[in-house]
Design a protein around this ligand. Structure first.
Ligand code: ARG
Length: 270
């Protein structure tokens, strides 16, 4: 009888333990560190082909890339479309673990966040209607209204040309709204990441837009996955990205979305 009581106590204890383990394994946010936790990845899914909504699902190059990185690192992730500005807030408050959003690694952001190693080369370019007299970054200074996504490197670049508080710079919550403004004639140009506006032009020939390149006005940029400052995830994610770049998996994902081979020599390791 005594023995039975002992065994049942052990069983109950084991059951309670398993239950509580199940409970914590579902926790999301704030705790970078591998194991069986599901990590929360936040994004602004209005930036095709990197992240956008297709029948309510977040898809894109970044999605396939980040899923592959997570798999390689042995991490479970859940992607949530929270929007651009909230993404930064979530990482500030550590209510999310990873920011995935074609995010450019720059010194200003590095003061507040950590980044994985770079995974994509980008530069800002200018989207204008065919026949526009805008042929360079400098031309934007000729009294042009320029639409940008708020708090992006595109905004920063345009501020560099037009001055920080110039009211000709029209800021939008996401890049699709900036493009809408150009379509409706409320702006003369959009400045955003080259791949995004190049794809837009290709997919929307009836809009009659063209892309203007200006490598003197716009610097080279590199995307990284963004992490809360001090995140323990960095080492594992970097290692996983390196592996994917070496074993051909990155190239496979890249070719699926861009139909050409990536030039990995152009992406620095750090
Ligand atoms: N690369 C630019 C930046 O980091 C724009 C990124 C915007 N991404 C997005 N998903 N809306 O500022």
């Amino acid at each position: 009888m005594k023995k039975f009581k002992f065994i049942s106590t052990v069983l109950v204890a084991a059951f309670v333990f398993i239950l509580s383990a199940c409970g914590t394994s579902k926790t999301t946010g704030g705790n970078g560190g591998g194991d069986e936790k599901t990590l929360k990845v936040v994004t602004d899914a209005a930036y095709a082909p990197f992240e956008y909504l297709d029948k309510g699902k977040v898809v894109g190059f970044d999605v396939d890339f980040t899923n592959a990185v997570a798999k390689e690192a042995g991490i479970k992730i859940k992607i949530e479309n929270v929007g651009w500005d909230p993404l930064f807030v979530e990482l500030d408050k550590k209510t999310a673990d990873i920011g995935m959003s074609a995010i450019t690694i720059n010194d200003e952001r590095k003061q507040t966040y950590d980044f994985t190693r770079p995974y994509f080369l980008s530069t800002n370019k200018i989207l204008v209607p065919k026949g526009s007299d805008i042929k360079s970054g400098a031309d934007l200074k000729n009294n042009k209204k320029v639409a940008v996504q708020n708090a992006t490197t595109g905004q920063e670049a345009v501020e560099g040309l037009l001055g920080k508080n110039n009211e000709k710079i029209k800021k939008f919550e996401n890049n699709n709204l900036a493009i809408q403004e150009l379509k409706s004639g409320g702006a003369d140009a959009v400045v955003a990441d080259n791949t995004v506006i190049e794809q837009y032009v290709k997919n929307n020939p009836n809009d009659n837009f063209v892309v203007i390149e200006d490598s003197t006005a716009f610097a080279q940029e590199f995307y990284g996955l963004m992490l809360p400052k001090g995140s323990k995830l960095k080492a594992d994610l970097d290692k996983a990205i390196n592996t994917l770049m070496e074993n051909g998996e990155y190239t496979k994902i890249y070719k699926k979305w861009f139909k050409v081979e990536p030039d990995l020599t152009k992406i620095p390791k750090e």
